[in-house]
Design a protein around this ligand. Structure first.
Ligand SMILES: [Zn+2]
Length: 127
């Protein structure tokens, strides 16, 4: 199924971000119908270094998008509950929680984790 996607021909970096858009009041998701996934394929190989795989994408300009979609599907297949949004209220980032206890809260402890810690300290000192 061909999609009437707006903003065709934008720089690749924006194509990777713009996988969803509104069309006549309903959200369209380029990843949902796997169109993006049909741009390439992976086949198993066995070489001197052992088993592996080779990926082929029909159009090299679509390779980054295809790889991003394949990676997302792998994360969803492996354990979608580990895909989490940063707990900082001003942060919009997502991360893949690989911590043993699944307790990671921040996209970055050095960034959002420390900002939250500083905010808690400031709130306690104002009491
Ligand atoms: Zn964050």
């Amino acid at each position: 199924m061909a999609l009437d996607r707006p903003l065709v021909g934008e720089p690749l970096s924006l194509d990777l971000l713009d996988t969803t858009w509104m069309d006549r009041g309903s959200i369209q998701d380029l990843l949902e119908d796997h169109e993006v996934l049909s741009w390439g394929h992976t086949r198993p190989v066995v070489g001197r270094d052992g088993p592996g795989s080779v990926s082929t994408v029909d159009d090299r300009n679509r390779r980054a998008g295809w790889l991003a979609a394949v990676s997302y599907v792998e994360l969803l297949t492996d354990d979608p509950s580990r895909i989490r949004r940063c707990a900082h209220p001003e942060c919009v980032l997502y991360f893949y929680d690989t911590s043993p206890k699944r307790s990671r809260r921040w996209c970055s402890m050095a960034g959002c984790g420390n900002r939250a810690k500083a905010a808690r300290h400031y709130a306690r000192s104002r009491r």
